[in-house]
Design a protein around this ligand. Structure first.
Ligand code: DX5
Ligand code: ZN
Length: 220
């Protein structure tokens, strides 16, 4: 499967967000990960529709929107209007996750579903063939800069097995605590869409993104 890097702008400096995005773009990064937090589903609040609209105006990268919000159905239309290319919702935050995935796809964009570290893969059995991407949180959602939860590796492996058994080539995205040092581990386990926030946006952004891209190409 093809590997993709999705830098999370949660760790960017919002005083010069446009510039930070230019750096990852210059490294040839295909996706941009956009973390929306509502202060309810997760304790923190990040950014929402207006910022997405501005980001959309300055880039053609695939905007990979991760909604950490309660009852996301309320905002699907708006995030699509503001430029999302993929919307991923939390299984734990949806009343009827199949309906939510349908709502997203009916808008003509890709739909993803995600689970927190403590939620087992088994809850996804009925939606495996209905999602374009499955995001496994490898930290508790809510903050950037946390450490990768080691038990996630087995969870990635199990999910890839579940998809293989059904003949599905669905993308597995991983999010939280991914660094150059553990990239190989998550790829070997079966992940192919890699979110990285602090590992990209702290220090030399373009160089960090290039290093990740290089490693991803080698492992292709
Ligand atoms: C956490 C967010 C992540 C976060 C990852 O709730 O979903 O996307 O930005 O940041 P790092 O890579 O620093 O763990
Ligand atoms: Zn995220």
């Amino acid at each position: 499967m093809k590997n993709y890097l999705s830098p999370s702008i949660l760790s960017a400096d919002f005083a010069h967000l446009g510039e930070d995005i230019r750096h990852v773009e210059a490294a040839g990064t295909p996706y941009l990960h956009y973390d929306v937090m509502d202060g309810m589903f997760v304790p923190s609040i990040s950014f929402g529709m207006p910022v997405l609209e501005s980001v959309r105006r300055i880039t053609d990268m695939v905007l990979d929107v991760h909604l950490m919000i309660e009852d996301p159905d309320r905002y699907i239309d708006e995030f699509v209007r503001c430029g999302a290319d993929i919307i991923t919702v939390h299984y734990e935050a949806c009343r009827d996750v199949e309906k939510t995935l349908r709502m997203i796809k009916d808008k003509g964009i890709k739909a993803g579903v995600t689970i927190k570290p403590g939620t087992p893969n088994s809850v996804l059995v009925n939606v495996l063939d209905k999602a374009d991407m499955i995001l496994l949180m490898t930290v508790e959602p809510g903050f950037g800069g946390q450490s990768y939860i080691p038990g996630s590796t087995e969870k990635i492996r199990e999910l890839r097995r579940m998809l293989d058994e059904r003949g599905l080539q669905t993308d597995i995205e991983v999010d939280g605590g991914i660094k150059k040092s553990n990239l190989q581990t998550v790829l070997d386990a079966g992940a192919n869409v890699i979110v990285a926030g602090s590992a990209i946006f702290k220090g030399d952004i373009e160089q960090n993104a290039k290093d990740f891209m290089e490693l991803l190409r080698e492992k292709q």
